[in-house]
Design a protein around this ligand. Structure first.
Ligand code: NAP
Length: 312
């Protein structure tokens, strides 16, 4: 199959940007004059993009002969997958290669929040460590009950790490899976059972505000919420109210509604730990993700099939 024009919608990363140019001769949309898409869109067969840039209905409409989209990132809430599939366009993301790093970060947030590590560090940095035992007691992690919302690839990597902390794991999702953890059909019931609730599902209308005021109330005043999935899954207004009212004990958040940036009502609280959407942000994992963006397009050209199609 001939490549036709391979279009790169936006910068992805140094490795992908170089390989797309060297191995596929990709045209960089951001370097083209205004009107390029309208004039040349019909020549484009393959598109490289990212979950940050996305590929919406307007972009798809501008590319009438598109055959495959390869997107950096495992989330696909910014890609119009339904419209692409309706036109027979294959859509690929970059799953699997980031599971361990995102799961590691979820655990980093969980422990940092429960044990108040950032607040303890600020206490020492401020010169307040003047007597032993001057920092307040925190919450134990080992042996606690871990609830996971969305036991997919990343959720399962989080669950496996929980076993190392002697935690019993239960999960909620759309359906039970063949895993050694108990399925809980009700999310409020999972929240009421667990000590720590980790959100590991994707965004989009189906999961919007699944973590509601009711779920937070069920989690309880010593409960901890961790979100490495998507900001939209948590009702952020309800979360702020729950923290202010002592309804839950703390939150560790890698993703927020309205990111980039965090509202003062969250970032100024000691029991909240926020990282700037860095779940997959290690040198090794980002390299693997960038390579997979290119490999998906090369596989499509060779075999007519991308390696890691989005299963939507
Ligand atoms: P995955 O394997 O597709 O897992 C997603 C899980 O979400 C599935 O277990 C699914 O459960 C569950 N789910 C979907 N819709 C649901 C609903 N309406 N109610 C309850 N559960 C639902 O995806 P993954 O590779 O683990 O990635 C998960 C998400 O993590 C991504 O979509 C992305 O948003 C996020 N992520 C974040 C970062 C970061 O930097 N923080 C990095 C990578 C990914 P069923 O199987 O029962 O349908």
């Amino acid at each position: 199959m001939t490549a036709g024009v391979v279009l790169q919608a936006a910068p992805i990363g140094p490795l992908a940007d170089r390989l797309l140019r060297e191995e596929l001769g990709a045209v960089r949309l951001w370097d083209q004059p205004p009107g390029w898409l309208a004039a040349q869109g019909a020549s484009v067969r393959l598109l490289a993009t990212s979950v940050r840039q996305g590929c919406d209905a307007a972009m798809l409409a501008a590319l009438p002969n598109l055959r495959a989209v390869s997107s950096w990132g495992v989330g696909y809430d910014t890609l119009d997958v339904a419209a692409a599939h309706a036109r027979g366009i294959q859509v690929a993301n970059t799953p699997d290669v980031l599971d361990d790093c995102v799961a590691d970060l979820a655990w980093g947030l969980l422990i940092a929040t429960a044990r108040r590590i950032p607040a303890a560090d600020r206490h020492v940095s401020a010169g307040e460590w003047t007597t032993l035992g001057s920092f307040p007691l925190a919450t134990r992690v080992s042996g606690k009950r871990l609830g996971i919302l969305g036991l997919g690839r990343i959720g399962q990597a989080i669950a496996r790490r929980g076993e190392g902390f002697a935690m019993e794991v239960r999960y909620h999702g759309r359906r039970p899976k063949d895993v050694p953890y108990r399925f809980e059909p009700s999310l409020p019931a999972l929240a009421a059972w667990c000590d720590m609730l980790v959100v590991a599902c994707g965004g989009g209308p189906e999961t919007h505000h699944l973590v509601s005021a009711e779920v937070l109330a069920a989690l309880g005043p010593r409960g901890i919420l961790v979100n490495i999935g998507r900001g939209s899954v948590v009702d952020q207004q309800a979360l702020v109210a729950a923290l202010e009212g002592g309804v839950i004990g703390g939150a560790g958040l890698d993703v927020l509604q309205g990111e980039p940036g965090a509202p003062a009502a969250l970032r100024e609280r000691d029991e909240v730990v926020i990282t700037p959407h860095i779940g997959s942000a290690t040198i090794e994992t980002r390299e693997a993700m960038e390579r997979l963006v290119v490999d998906n397009l090369l596989a499509f050209l060779r075999d007519g099939r991308v390696l890691t199609p989005v299963q939507a």
